[in-house]
Design a protein around this ligand. Structure first.
Ligand code: PLP
Length: 368
């Protein structure tokens, strides 16, 4: 018996490819100590200050969380120099992406999205009956600013910028960012997804929150606790925008969308300078080691501003083959076929020993 009343735009969505639980992969392959470098998570674990704060918050679990996110919004407000009313908290920044689409798009409206970029944007736009308008990245993985501006029409409501861009790890320069943001008509809201902002080392990176402070714009900047702070499993992120746009998002969100452990952990993690510095240092050193090793092996890759990057495994094999062969050796990387990047795998920086294991196994499967 088939159900015939699913909206066609839901039936047509290609689901986001979820990985199996790491324990299940290990059990199936008989490999107890696998290395997971597929989802850009923090390889050092979670901020110890956040863990301690969660333990203290456990005894309040019989109560609903603070639906206003009072303490966290105040802290973020001071940290970024914006009003608390300009901040929206979410169950991961992915929830805020969904909220933005539900709040500002009606069926038939369009959202401009780069390709390849984060898959969640198109999936979520389609799930609301919206139309993703896809603009290919340039050959150097840069955003096609002119192409994106040309793609704007009467029904365009949103334009997504992933900066650094997942999965390429590349950034928009300050000049390109301004050309894009300032070139858009007033009916288009820019969603600047800065999930990896803290890892960026380029001094030509345009900070969306600074841009917002210079002049109020139709711009929503997304940040997350999932990467730098090692809280991906807890689901907490936030958006910074104008109080006006934040007000609309606040009307649409669930009243208790961010749980109390997440709020307590996030507050503490922001203060954990030691963990933040350790994470950034591990990323810097790990990238230097991985780049050096790949260069020596003659393997091509795309240099990154984030904690992950693309490695070209063709013509020796396809990305899907490399993924399968590495998996058998207990190394979980990201197959990029669903992003249309069949020649590549994506990895994130691991701990020093995880990085060494990855390089060793990659060398063997590539026959180098
Ligand atoms: C990891 C990631 C996020 C974070 O999403 P959360 O829901 O906050 O975990 C957001 N955007 C991009 C592009 C990402 O890669």
């Amino acid at each position: 018996m088939t159900y015939r009343f699913v909206p066609p735009y839901i039936r047509d969505i290609v689901p986001y490819p979820p990985g199996k639980p790491i324990e299940e992969v290990e059990r199936e392959l008989g490999i107890p100590h696998s290395v997971k470098i597929a989802s850009n998570e923090n390889p050092l674990g979670t901020s110890p200050l956040a863990l301690r704060a969660m333990k203290r918050a456990l005894k309040g679990l019989n109560r609903y969380p603070d639906g206003s996110g009072f303490y966290l919004k105040n802290k973020l407000s001071a940290m970024h120099g914006v009003r608390p009313e300009a901040i929206v908290l979410g169950n991961g920044s992915n929830e805020i992406i969904e909220l933005i689409i539900r709040t500002f798009m009606q069926p038939g409206d369009e959202a401009i999205i780069a390709d390849p970029s984060f898959l969640i944007y198109s999936i979520t736009v389609k799930a609301s009956g919206g139309r993703p308008v896809v603009v290919r990245l340039l050959d150097d993985c840069g955003y096609d600013i002119a192409g994106m501006l040309r793609a704007v029409g009467r029904r365009t409501r949103l334009l997504f910028v992933s900066n650094p861009n997942n999965p390429t790890g590349t950034i928009l320069s300050r000049r390109d960012y301004r050309r894009l943001v300032r070139g858009l008509p007033g009916h288009v809201i820019v969603v600047d997804d800065a999930a990896y902002r803290e890892f960026v080392r380029s001094d030509d990176y345009p900070d969306g929150i600074d841009e917002l402070k210079k002049r109020p714009r139709h711009l929503i900047v997304l940040r997350t606790f999932s990467k730098l702070y090692g809280l991906a499993g807890l689901r907490i992120g936030y958006g910074v925008t104008t109080p006006e746009l934040a007000g609309y998002l606040e009307r649409v969100r669930q009243p208790f969308n961010v749980n109390s452990l997440a709020q307590a952990a996030a507050l503490a993690a922001l203060d954990d300078r030691t963990f933040i510095q350790r994470t950034l240092r591990n990323n810097r050193n790990g990238l230097a080691y991985l780049y050096r090793s790949l260069d020596r092996m003659g393997v091509r890759f795309i240099p990154t501003e984030a904690n992950f990057f693309l490695i070209k495994v063709s013509p020796t094999m396809t990305g899907r083959q490399a993924f399968a062969r590495l998996l058998k050796r207990g190394i979980i990387v990201r197959d990029m076929t669903s992003y249309g990047l069949g020649d590549y795998i994506r990895i994130n920086v691991g701990t020093p020993s995880e990085n060494r294991r990855f390089i060793g196994e990659l060398r063997e499967i590539l026959g180098l």
